[in-house]
Write a protein that binds this ligand. Structure first.
Ligand SMILES: Cc1cc2nc3c(=O)[nH]c(=O)nc-3n(C[C@H](O)[C@H](O)[C@H](O)COP(=O)(O)OP(=O)(O)OC[C@H]3O[C@@H](n4cnc5c(N)ncnc54)[C@H](O)[C@@H]3O)c2cc1C
Length: 126
């Protein structure tokens, strides 16, 4: 709560105040004393869904797709998105999904993507 109050003070300071158009949520009309009540009334969570068709080895009964993203028991059907990440990651899911996509693209399509083929260090990438 103290950090939130400090943030508001900083945003309204002579240095930062002129640079911003006003507080969006909960808004300048809400006084600091009312913050606990406002926050409690507006708590929400959201998650980044992953791992609903997990990738795994042949002996893994929970695995829906193999290491190439091919759905077990079906031909010519791949899943290449956040759903194949084997376990809910403890990191950002967007980059992880991009990595999954890059790793699973057939070589011909991989060459057509816009991701730089060399990293800053000059090492060859996927
Ligand atoms: C509000 C929010 C904030 C986020 N912030 C971050 C962040 O800061 N950092 C981070 O790493 N990750 C973030 N994520 C998570 C990240 O966006 C996802 O993990 C990632 O986009 C998953 O990629 P995906 O390809 O699995 O699914 P998506 O990116 O959701 O792609 C699915 C695609 O399929 C399309 N589609 C759906 N149904 C059909 C249909 N029937 N026919 C054709 N197309 C269809 C959709 O339009 C969409 O383009 C955020 C997610 C949300 C919702």
């Amino acid at each position: 709560m103290e950090a939130l109050k400090l943030s508001r003070r900083l945003a309204r300071s002579p240095v930062f105040g002129p640079l911003q158009a006003g507080e969006l949520i909960p808004g300048d009309a809400v006084r600091d004393e009312a913050l606990p009540e406002v926050i409690a009334a507006n708590l929400a969570t959201y998650g980044h869904g992953t791992s609903t068709v997990p990738m795994g080895g042949a002996s893994d009964p929970a695995a829906v797709v193999d290491s190439a993203g091919v759905v077990r028991g079906l031909h010519n059907l791949r899943v290449v998105d956040a759903s194949v990440i084997p376990h809910v990651p403890s990191t950002v899911t967007n980059l992880t999904t991009i990595m999954v996509g890059r790793a699973h693209l057939p070589p011909g399509l991989r060459a057509m993507t816009t991701v730089p083929r060399r990293s800053v260090s000059g090492r060859e990438m996927l």
